[in-house]
Design a protein around this ligand. Structure first.
Ligand SMILES: *Cc1c(COP(=O)(O)O)cnc(C)c1O
Length: 418
């Protein structure tokens, strides 16, 4: 099927009647924008000056020597402003919203990375920003909540359901149904109802376009591109110029979590647990429980800990153009440590899944071949997770002393007020 918004049997626009009009309007506005030289010039400017594009392309020479196989290259997407690829999409959609005359942006966020990118993009483009976030996530992800608020966003804790990401998505959809005349709903990955999967891929394809050029400049013989896959936006953007070709191999690393059992991972394409489903407005592969409800997933990386996958990736997985592999929490932590020590680069936990998959692959390939990793984000944001893993005792002392310092500070301050 080549109907717009479908990728064979996946994709579509499964929304309540009230949301059809805003989605149709968005589709028309998007097609108009990407055909307009002024919009594209504005996008290029903000990519260069605000995001910091093009992002570097690094030969990981020490890692290559230590591995003893194919040359390992890293697309350093984590060098983008706010620390990850999510800003590419946030800036693109925020520009589009402004062009459509919408002054208010809503978004939902789980771990807070998408909320952070959206808040920064809105601040830059002088748009109002409201971020829905499950109340459980608000308390778990305080560093990102603090950053969003510094960028001037309003973070709304969602108290319904399990108080996590899927409840925040429902709340954002409800807001949009009542507010679309003035408001754009900025979805953060290559999923959701059409036109979001196509639109997000288009804004993220800058990663792949730059990579293709950087590969050509160096004359590399690339055997494989490797990306991690949560909803799928960094992967589909990185892979996009290569989808119609039959080389190089395109490899997606999913979160293998702590094991293959139900609730222990977030592998939608590897393993046999996922089912076809229609959830949050699109048809794809989902991890569900016996009742067909979204299942609990598990991963050390918040960005990969999601029960669904973008519809185009689901289709390309079935056709075999994209191969999927599962990387455990422990393998991701090892890869993170390896690249930090050998290259002086701190991968985000998500991206470390791609790093681990690439290392396995590179080992068995000849030295004249190259493997390219998309480092979707940098790992500064993960210090609250990696530090308790790598050095738990010291981290506990740090947190305790911080709490004491705050408490002492309050006493002194309160005393001063009396
Ligand atoms: C959010 C996030 C991901 C996962 O999202 P995709 O849409 O699959 O790209 C991966 N890496 C980082 C650093 C993230 O912040």
């Amino acid at each position: 099927m080549s109907d717009y918004g479908y990728f064979n049997r996946f994709g579509g626009k499964y929304v309540a009647e009230v949301l059809r009009r805003p989605l149709d309007e968005l589709e028309i506005a998007f097609q108009g924008a990407i055909a307009d030289a002024n919009f594209l010039a504005e996008l290029t400017n903000i990519r260069n000056d605000f995001i910091g594009r093009p992002t570097p392309f690094l030969f990981a020479e020490n890692a290559t020597k230590a591995t003893g196989g194919a040359q390992i290259y890293i697309k350093m997407e984590g060098m983008a402003h706010t620390g990850a690829h999510k800003i590419n999409n946030a800036v693109g959609q925020a520009l589009l919203a402004r062009r459509m005359g919408k002054r208010r942006i809503i978004a939902e966020t789980g771990a807070g990375q998408h909320g952070l990118a959206t808040a920064a993009a809105c601040a830059k483009l002088a748009l109002e920003c409201v971020v829905y976030m499950g109340a459980v996530d608000v308390s778990r992800q305080q560093p990102n909540v603090a950053a969003m608020e510094m960028y001037g966003a309003t973070v709304v804790p969602v108290l319904s359901g399990a108080r996590t990401l899927k409840d925040a998505i429902n709340e954002a959809m409800r807001d949009w149904a009542a507010s679309y005349d003035t408001t754009h709903y900025l979805i953060g990955s290559a999923l959701g109802p059409a036109p979001f999967p196509n639109m997000v891929r288009t804004f993220q394809s800058v990663i792949g376009t730059e990579t293709e050029q950087q590969i050509a400049e160096r004359g590399l013989d690339v055997a494989a591109l490797v990306a991690c896959v949560g909803g799928g936006s960094n992967a589909i953007g990185f892979f996009s110029p290569f989808l119609e070709k039959d080389r190089p191999r395109l490899i997606g690393a999913e979160a293998g979590g702590i094991g293959p059992g139900r609730g222990e991972n977030a592998t939608r394409m590897c393993g046999a647990a996922a089912r076809d489903g229609i959830i949050h407005g699109y048809k794809s592969r989902f991890l569900v429980d016996e009742d067909g409800q979204v299942a609990q997933t598990r991963s050390i990386s918040a960005g990969l800990d999601y029960p669904g996958i973008g519809p185009q990736l689901a289709d390309l997985g079935e056709s075999g153009r994209i191969e999927f592999t599962s990387i455990s929490d422990a393998e991701a932590l090892d890869a993170l440590s390896f690249f930090a020590r050998s290259e002086g680069i701190l991968f985000a936990l998500e991206s470390a899944h791609a790093g681990a998959a690439a290392l396995k692959l590179a080992r068995d390939l000849p030295v004249e071949k190259a493997v390219v990793i998309n480092m979707s984000g940098r790992g500064d944001k993960d210090l609250f997770i990696t530090s308790p893993e790598f050095r738990p005792a010291q981290w506990r002392v740090f947190l305790t002393s911080e709490l004491e310092r705050l408490t002492a500070g309050r006493e002194i301050h309160d005393g001063g007020l009396q």
